[in-house]
Design a protein around this ligand. Structure first.
Ligand code: NAD
Length: 317
């Protein structure tokens, strides 16, 4: 497993990260046994970075991840945990200082941890970005001083939210940016802001390399927000790969890992088999590179929908 440095944090993350939203049954039901075995196998395979949120499965993902990490029975400094604040299944969005300060206590309890490595404001395009700058991030800085969290992050879909916030906070305040669905075979727009993010010294995490299930043989979950056109183009790409004896998810995982400015590619996993496949994809990429022919063919199939995304968040004034 390759490890890459996360911005200026000093943290070294495995290039494949474990996305724990599936442990909240977000992509279908997962048994406790499968959840615990997946986390264990991931850790044994060299994955040291695990991401969750109170939002995933209405706190279930955090609880399952906590249980699984505890079952590893290894020193706390051998794994890196990120969770989030400000987005809740029952309450909706609340980025107030009071709520996020209470939120970390709840998360730590569910995760059975004394601190998390990264606390991220979750999907900030649904809140007021000025509140994130003036209230939420200062509250997170206090949590940092109190030792509850080591680093501060922001997450969301529209890339403009990152530049808005990073242009307004003192340098070094935000340590990490988590972007999703923008560095996949069908959407490479994250690349456009990598030089800017590097200039701000923030670490970059690329989540959802399979575009939340679009780039899988079985297709996305019911709730997936992509247009019918994007869904059917991705399905056509998956079918093309299958007919050639190839796997779209492996190709998508490898594509996600190509840019080394990105520290970790966070993929959601719910079984030992998926961990095995994604780790093998990373190993094969390091040993023999990506399948250029398949990448080019899939690129041609996806060309009509290239960089097509979907609306997310509230209009910022
Ligand atoms: P993803 O693109 O990683 O896709 C996950 C889906 O692909 C799941 O159904 C999973 O079971 C399936 N899958 C995984 N490996 C597979 C394989 N080898 N073959 C076939 N199917 C496979 O989407 P995601 O889970 O939404 O994103 C990854 C993680 O990133 C999340 O779990 C979460 O931790 C994080 N994330 C954060 C945000 C945010 O903060 N706003 C948004 C999206 C994702």
């Amino acid at each position: 497993m390759e490890f890459r440095e996360l911005g200026k944090t000093g943290l070294k993350l495995s290039c494949v990260g474990f996305g724990a939203s599936p442990l909240g049954n977000v992509f279908g039901n997962v048994s406790d046994e499968d959840a615990i075995a997946s986390v264990r196998f991931a850790f044994q395979s060299g994955i040291n970075f695990f991401d969750t949120s109170p939002y995933y499965g209405g706190t279930l993902s955090e609880k399952m991840l906590g249980k699984a990490l505890k079952a590893l029975d290894v020193p706390r400094n051998e794994y890196i945990v990120s969770t989030k604040c400000g987005r809740y299944k029952d309450e909706g969005f609340n980025f107030s200082a009071e709520r996020v300060t209470k939120s970390i206590e709840e998360s730590l309890q569910r995760l059975q941890l004394d601190y998390v490595d990264i606390l991220q404001c979750h999907d900030i395009e649904f809140g007021s970005l000025d509140q994130i700058v003036n209230e939420t991030i200062p509250a997170l800085q206090k949590l940092k001083e109190a030792g509850k969290i080591r680093f501060i992050g922001i997450t969301g879909l529209p890339l403009g939210i990152f530049t808005y916030v990073l242009d307004r906070v003192p340098p070094g305040t935000v340590d990490v940016v988590l972007s999703y669905c923008h560095h996949c075979i069908n959407d490479s727009t994250l690349e456009d802001i990598i030089p800017y993010l590097k200039s701000k010294g923030v670490g970059i995490i690329n989540a959802s390399p399979l575009s939340m299930g679009l780039l899988t043989e079985s297709g996305p979950p019911e709730w997936h927000p992509a247009s019918p056109e994007l869904k059917s183009a991705c399905q056509a790409a998956a079918t093309y790969c299958k007919e050639k004896g190839k796997n779209i998810s492996k190709l998508a995982m490898q594509y996600g890992l190509l840019n080394k400015e990105i520290t970790s590619v966070l993929v959601g996993m719910k079984s030992v088999k998926q961990v095995e496949e994604n780790v093998a994809a990373a190993r094969e990429l390091a040993a023999s590179g990506i399948d250029e022919e398949a990448l080019s063919e899939v690129g041609t199939i996806l060309k009509p929908v290239k960089n097509q995304s979907w609306p997310s968040g509230i209009q910022q004034s």
